[in-house]
Ligand binder design. Sequence first.
Ligand SMILES: Nc1ncnc2c1ncn2[C@@H]1O[C@H](COP(=O)(O)OP(=O)(O)O)[C@@H](O)[C@H]1O
Ligand SMILES: [Mg+2]
Length: 494
Amino acid sequence: MAQSVLKVVDIKKSFAGVEALKGVSLEIAPGEIHCLAGENGCGKSTLIKIISGVYTADAGYIEFGGRSYQKITPIEAIMNGIQVIYQDFSIFPNLSVMENLAFNTELADKRVLVNRKRFRKIAEEAIAKIDFKVDLDAKVKDLSVADKQLVAISRALMFNAKLIIMDEPTTALTKKEVSALFKIILALKEQGISILFVSHKLNEVFEISERFTIIRSGEKIITGNTSDLDDKKFSYYMTGREFEDLSFTAKNVEEEPVLEVEDLSLGGCYENVSFSLRKGEILGITGLLGSGRTELALSLFGLKKADSGNIRINGKEVVLDSVAAAMENKIGYVPEDRLTEGLFLSRSIGENIIISDLNSLSGRAGVYDFKKKKSAINKWVKELAIATPDPDNACSTLSGGNQQRVVLAKWLARDLDVLILNGPTMGVDIGSKHDIHKILQSLAEKGLGIIIISDDLPEILQNCSHILIMKDGRVTARLDPKKIREKELSEYMM
Ligand SMILES: Nc1ncnc2c1ncn2[C@@H]1O[C@H](COP(=O)(O)OP(=O)(O)O)[C@@H](O)[C@H]1O
Ligand SMILES: [Mg+2]
């Protein structure tokens, strides 16, 4: 490797006795795009903060600019061309773009007076470097998330960055914004700047990086060339678990459809949508943002009544004009944002599970049957392997993946015919994702009709028996996942 821009050697760091980093090493070459990957909590952000001088390592050292440091200050990091784009971008929403570019907290006390005119010129050059068109006098708070990020990147460029570290930069971006960001990263590479791209998403690692390093529980597992990486290896390095292949084939499919949707329309949202679902099947619905898929799901759960068309459940025509009507017809819905829509985080795990099942658990006299309640809760905690020492603990004590399981348990505790899930594994880690897929497939096998709405294409391909593509409110394609690859599927969506 050519003289590296950054070398990190055997870094250790503990917080109050908890070892966040147990001796991590990392080396980055000039112009290299390197992905730092690992599951939530594995120590990625801690490592970055040590590289940028925010935290001091307990042991190990860092080399840049031909010098070795045991301790570095934020200013030394900046002077050596290290720039970090944090998840919050560290920008000042009430200041203008120009003021944000000018202002650097770390350098504030070393501020050099520059005349405004000259400064504007430097700022213009910085945004031009990434072809970023923005009004320098606009308030940053009025910009989109993607543009705020570009302000932060432009600012990094003003300080002659040699290495730009981006901590999970795609978290709040749309697909389109992610591909715009990737273009910028490639342009920066062309200019000889190295990028350390922090992510826990396989598709991003594949798409953007040349080399990768994976950390698990504070330990470096491997550094390698991304071209040697595949799905299976990535999951294994990230989790230490081997996952069996979960390609879904519908078995035990009932002959008659449980749900039939015919020419369903809702003004401004979707038009003439028709499909049918049988028990035992998993239908995947995908499409870009604004395709109408979420509104369709909301209609099926009685939250947004359709204007016209028919819905039949077990052959009988139904009107789904309320959640109560949907639940009466044994339809369940796991919303997109489990945290705000699906759960009462301050209530116990157990309460969250049985919340939708109060009727069937109350005894004949309307008295709540506690024994029955406890055993129902325990059954679902066990069945869905919810990782908790006690279901009486608050739901907020669980990780994202486990909260998602509670949402599932909540619906399964009712006796459903159809379960609709919107983005069922969004934001959960690989291990939980695999487990949730396995649970959904086994539920289908036991006779549930399932609809998965998702833009995670591998998820759709792996778990569904058939796929609908929606675009601008219409069904534009019906596909068989066994006969199509991810690339073709994404072309259908465009
Ligand atoms: N300032 C801190 N005080 C105490 N614990 C911390 C602090 N920062 C991080 N940790 C802990 O260190 C571990 C690694 O965290 P982090 O580096 O943020 O992980 P990642 O960025 O990979 O999700 C976690 O267990 C986290 O709780
Ligand atoms: Mg982090």
